[in-house]
Design a protein around this ligand. Sequence first.
Ligand SMILES: Nc1nc2c(ncn2[C@@H]2O[C@H](COP(=O)(O)OP(=O)(O)OP(=O)(O)O)[C@@H](O)[C@H]2O)c(=O)[nH]1
Ligand SMILES: [Mg+2]
Ligand SMILES: [Zn+2]
Ligand SMILES: [Zn+2]
Length: 841
Amino acid sequence: MITKTARRHLRLVRALPTIAGLAILAFQAGAVLSAAPAAAAQASQPAPVLTAIRAAHYPGYDRLVFQFAKGLPTRWSARYLSARSTASSGLPESVADSTWLLVSFARATGHNSGGVAYVPASTGYALPDIMQVVTVRDHGGTVSFAVALARHEPFRMSTLAHPSRVVIEVQTPFRTVPVRDFFVSTAGTASPSTIVPVSRPVTEPATASGALQRLFAGPTRAELARGLLFVASGATGFWRLQIQGGVARVWLTGGCGNGGSTVTVASEIVPTLTQFGSVRWVKIYDPAGNTERPAGNTNSIPVCLTPAAPAPGFTGVLIIAVLIAAALGILVGLGLSVLSVVTGLVRRPNLITPSAYRAERIKAKPIPTGQFGPDTAWPFYPVRQMRADLARIEADRAARYAKLWRWPGKPLVWILLLPLTAAVVVCLVSAWLTTVLLEILLALVIWTSAAITGAAFAIAAVLLCGIERAWHTVMRTEASCPAPDCYHVTPRPAYLCPGCSALHRDIRPSRLGLFTRRCACGTLIPTMVLRAAWHLQAVCQRCEKPLRPGAAALRDVRIPIFGDTSAGKTRFLYAALDSLVAITSRAGTRFGFPDEESQNEATAALDLIRSGRDTVKTSTTLPAALTCRIGSGRRSTLVHLFDTAGESYRAAQMHDSLGFLDHGHGLVYVLDPFSVGSISDRVSGHDATAVQRAHAAAGDPETAYGEVVSRLRDSGVEASGQRLAIVVSKVDLLSAAGIELPGDSDAIADWLMDAGVHNVVLSARREFAEVRYFLVASLAADQPDRPHDPGAPLVWLLGTRGLRLPAHPPEAAGEQAPRSGTGQDQDEVSAEPGKTAVVQP
Ligand SMILES: Nc1nc2c(ncn2[C@@H]2O[C@H](COP(=O)(O)OP(=O)(O)OP(=O)(O)O)[C@@H](O)[C@H]2O)c(=O)[nH]1
Ligand SMILES: [Mg+2]
Ligand SMILES: [Zn+2]
Ligand SMILES: [Zn+2]
C-alpha cells in the first residue's frame, strides 16, 4: 500500500537528527499522499472530517476505528515503520522498542474550522497490542497517525459506511498478563500528588519493560476523564531498562526537569517498577546518563528531577505573616510581663500595712471577749504581702494590656487597613497569651515556694514554741507583776517596742515572723520570750507596768510573808535578806537585785538590820514585791518577797487586794510567841521587861492565819499546792528570858500545841502541801551567836522550787536547816547579761 516514492523518502530521513521530530514524519506522510494524482481532481468537494478514533479488543484481534463525517477520505494507507526509521523519526522512544504503524488519510482533516482537533494528540489504549495513537499530521488535507503496537503483527484494513469508517484489525495471537501502571490523579483531591494505579495487559517475559512502555503511552480516554494524567517531566521515553540484583535502572530520553513540581516522572516510574518482585530499588538516569546515587541499594533520581521545595504560596505568606505577628506579640507580652512584675514588686503601691493586716485578721476571726487581738507588725512576706504583690502584678498587667487596645485613629482607618489590623490583632492576642502564661508560671513558682516555705515555717514555729514551753516547764519560769493591786502572773508578758513603745502582747513565732518580727515602726523585734526578755522591756499583760528584767525567762518564786501586826514580819524579811546575802556569798553564788526599787529597799533594810535599829511599822498600803535575783545567767532565779502591815489580814474588806497570797509558791506565816498567852506568861515569870521589849502583837495569833487560809479557799487557790513555813519570831528574847526551846520542826509544832496554838498547827497540816516550823531571831547575819537563822525558812522554800542553796554554816546549821538543802550543788556562776546590782555583805 505504501508507494515506492514514500519508501525512498523514509530512507532519506534516516540520517536526519531526531530534532526534526514529528514534523518530518508528517511531511513524509503528506508526501506519500500528495503523490497521488487523483487528489487534485476531487479538490472541489468538501473534505471528510475525522471525528473519532476508537479501539477495542476482540477475540484474536485489536480493532482500531477511524470515524469520518462527510464521507470517507479519498485515500488511506497504513504501514509499519522500520526500527531504524523510528529511531530517527522523533517518535516517543518509550515505544522505540515497539513497532509503529503509520496510518494516513488523504483529502481529510482532523479539526474544525476553529482549528480545534477532534481527537487528542496522544491517547493511550489498554489493549493487548495497540498501546497508543499519536497524531502525526493534520494539515494540508492530510491527517496521519502513528499507532504504537506492542508486537509486530499482521493487520487488515477495510472501510464501513453509515457512518463512514476506516477499520484496522491487528491480529493478537499471543497471551498477556495484567500489570499496573501508576498515573498522577488530579481528581477528587486537593493535592495533585496522589498516584493511582491502572491496569495494562503486557506480554511476557518483558513485563517490566512493557509496563514502562505503557506508562509513557499515557492514560486512556476513560482514565483522562477520571482525572488521571501522565507527568513526563520533559522525558519522552526511555531507551534502556536494566534489572539486576533487585535494582532497576531506567535511562530516560527527551528532556528532564521537575517543572517546579514535587511530582515528577519518577513518582510514576518507581511504583510501576517496584510492583515487580525482581525490583526493590529504582535508579533513574537523565538523558545525559546521570543519576544522583548510581551505586548502592537506594532509589535514585537525577538532579533534574529533584523535587523542588514548594515555593511559598499565598497560604505560606499568610502563615509567615501570622508567625511574625505572633512572635512580635510574644516579645510585647514578655516586655509587658517584666514591666508588671517590676511595678508590682519594686514600686509596690499595694503595701499591706501592719494595721491593715491586723484588721483583716480580726475581721476573719473576731477576738473573743477577754482576749487580746493579734499583734500589730508587718506580716511575713509569703503569708500576706506575696498575695497582694501577685494581685498587683495581675492588675498592672491587665491595665497595661488594656492600653494596647486603645488604637489611634478612627475605626474606619483600621477597617481600610485590614491586613495591618489583622496583624496587630494577632500580635495583641499573642501578647495576651504570653502575659497570661507568664503570669500563671510566676504564680505557680511563687505559690510553690510559698507553700514549701510555709510548711517549713509552720514546723519551725511549732518546734520553737515547743522548745519555749519545755523551757518554761523545766525551769519553772513565769512573769510576776510586782505592782501593788495587780500581782498578775503570766507565762508570756507583753513587750514594748524599743523604737515606738508599741505594745507587743504575743511575741511567739507566728505569721508575723519566725525569729524576728518587724514592728509597724520598722524596728526588728526578737520573737520568743527567751530572747525578748533580754532585749526588750517586759510589761504586765494586765496593768502594763514594767516587769523585772528577765521576767518569764527565769525561774520565778513568790514568797508572801503574813502574820499579825507587830509579829515581826518586816524584821524577819530584812534579817532573812541579810542571811541570804551571807549564804550566797559563802556559796559563791551571785546575789543581787534586778531593779532599782528593790535595790534601794534592800539597802535600807540591810542597813537597818546591820545597825541594830528598830523597824518601823509597815504602812497599810499594798506592797510592791521586793525582788532579788539569785544565781547568774539564764539559770538564775527571781525571788519576789511580799510584806504588808498586819492589819491587812484583819480587815475583811482589804482581802480582795491581797492577790500576792494567791500566787505565792511558799508562804511564810510569822507567829509572835509573845502574843501567845501561855508563853507570854512564862516569859513574864522570868523577865517582866522582856514582854515589853518584844512589842508583842496585840491580837490572837491565829486570827491572821485563819483569815489568810479562808481567803485562799475563797479565791479557789489550791492551798494544797503551796508550802507553808511557820516562823516563830523574836526567839532571841525567848532564849534571853531562859525559856527552854524545842529543837526540830516537829518539836516546834508540839511546843506550839502545848502552848495552845493547836488550831494553826492542825489546820496547816491539813491545808498545805508541806509545813515546816522555824524558830527565828531576826538579827543581823554577822552576830556571833545566831542559832536561829532567819534565812532558813527561805532556803527551804526556795529549795522546794528547785533553787538549791547551802543552809546555814555547819556550826550553826542546827536542826532547823532543811535536810534537802544540805550539800546540794550550787548554781554556776556565769557571764551575767542583766544589770543585776550585787550587794556585798
Ligand atoms: N529582839 C527581837 N525583836 C524583834 C524580832 N522580830 C521583831 N522584833 C521587834 O518586833 C517589833 C515589830 O516588828 P516588825 O517586824 O516591825 O513587825 P511587823 O510584823 O512588821 O508589824 P507590822 O508592820 O505592823 O505588821 C519591832 O520592834 C521589832 O524590833 C526579833 O526576832 N527579835
Ligand atoms: Mg511590818
Ligand atoms: Zn515599734
Ligand atoms: Zn500588773
